[in-house]
Design a protein around this ligand. Structure first.
Ligand SMILES: [Zn+2]
Length: 66
């Protein structure tokens, strides 16, 4: 049973740097890479291993703070 479904999580309080919409940023892993994406526009950003480590410690949301 292989599930290819990607779990996407909304990032609370995150603001899209492109369209400025709030609560539209989702976080998920694509090919093992932390990826953030806006559901309102085509904004998308992928983060390297260092950032993934930061995320593991629960500080990823800080990335989106203005
Ligand atoms: Zn956006």
């Amino acid at each position: 049973m292989t599930t290819k479904k990607i779990k996407k999580r909304f990032v609370a309080g995150a603001k899209c740097p492109k369209c400025q919409a709030k609560e539209t940023i989702v976080l998920f892993k694509e090919h093992g890479i932390e990826t953030v994406e806006c559901i309102e526009c085509d904004y998308r950003e992928q983060q390297g291993d260092e950032q993934a480590t930061t995320q593991a410690s629960g500080d990823l949301i800080g990335v989106f703070k203005p």
